[in-house]
Design a protein around this ligand. Structure first.
Ligand SMILES: Cc1ncc(COP(=O)(O)O)c(C=O)c1O
Length: 296
């Protein structure tokens, strides 16, 4: 059975969703998207994802006459009508034009939500840790487009493909200053002694939702943390490192360019962060359930 897709206010079967050929997401990559994880029928970081989407809409000067609560409803509706509890959700916005070659703002904004059963990442990623390779062909520049999740996803996609061709799980990308900015689909954290360090957004990484949640948890739990530029050498000498992403959450990073990080296996410091993260999800889930059932 084909899945149900939310398309501009209606749920349709996948094969019924058709796009206008002059959709500017298709013509120019002029669109935004969010990938989110749902667990037990709940989307724990929905607020953070929608905030990033709205910031992206400001940058792309995109209009959508729909409130945040209607967007939430669209996501939950798609989840429930597909009878999914643990799911991968993808929300996409793109602009559409009636004329080709026009740089006018466009006539309408298309909103699509997909929900798919969650495919668990390979256990090896958590048991042994991820292997990364630095891909130097594409550089991150700290311009406003790096701050938003646009449907022009060529750089991460090609970098990831190149890293995988070289046997790695994730590509690491450098910025124009030669610093390590982020993974192709992840944000990067290292343990420098007792301190957790991640590149600031001014270095060009996408402001990841998971990154934001992790930083807030570190601050709340008085864990020493710093945002500063990272050189590749910092990774080689790090005690531990990890990657963050909304679907994979916290993934230990144990190897870069065939060099082991720390002891070359997932470490206890990363596990502590992963525990804080899991507890946050559980806390949000319980608050959501108690509101749903009207329990205080
Ligand atoms: C380039 C890039 N950096 C970082 C991330 C991690 O962001 P999030 O935690 O919101 O998934 C992603 C997510 O796909 C990404 O594409």
């Amino acid at each position: 059975m084909s899945g149900l897709v939310y398309f501009n206010g209606m749920l349709k079967h996948e094969h019924e969703v058709a796009f206008w050929a002059l959709d500017r997401g298709y013509l120019y990559g002029e669109g935004l998207f969010e990938t989110m994880k749902a667990g037990r029928g709940f989307i724990p970081f929905l607020g953070e994802h929608l905030s990033r989407l709205f910031r992206g809409m400001d940058v792309l000067r995109m209009q959508l006459n729909i409130s945040a609560s209607k967007l939430e409803f669209a996501l939950y509706q798609t989840l429930h009508h597909n009878r999914l509890k643990d799911a991968y959700l993808r929300l996409m916005l793109s602009r559409e034009n009636r004329e080709i070659g026009s740089f006018e703002p466009g006539d309408a904004t298309n909103l699509v939500v997909l929900a798919k059963p969650l495919e668990k990442p390979p256990r090896r990623l958590y048991g042994e840790g991820a292997r990364a390779r630095v891909i130097e062909d594409f550089k991150i520049s700290p311009d406003p487009l790096c701050q938003v999740k646009t449907t022009n996803y060529l750089r991460p996609m090609l970098a990831q493909r190149m890293a995988q061709e070289q046997g790695a799980d994730e590509a690491l990308l450098l910025n124009t200053a030669g610093h390590v900015a982020e993974g192709a689909t992840t944000n990067l954290f290292i343990f420098d002694g007792e301190k957790i360090v991640t590149p600031p957004v001014s270095e060009g990484p996408l402001p990841g939702v998971t990154r934001r949640v992790v930083i807030d948890l570190l601050v709340k739990n008085y864990v020493p943390y710093e945002e500063r530029p990272l050189r590749l050498q910092d990774l080689y000498t790090a005690k531990e490192a990890f990657l963050t992403n909304a679907i994979k959450e916290i993934v230990p990073l144990t190897q870069v360019n065939d060099k082991s990080i720390g002891e070359g296996r997932p470490g206890s410091e990363t596990e502590k962060v992963a525990t804080l993260f899991r507890e946050e999800i559980q806390y949000r889930f319980e608050s959501f359930e108690s509101k749903r059932w009207g329990v205080d």
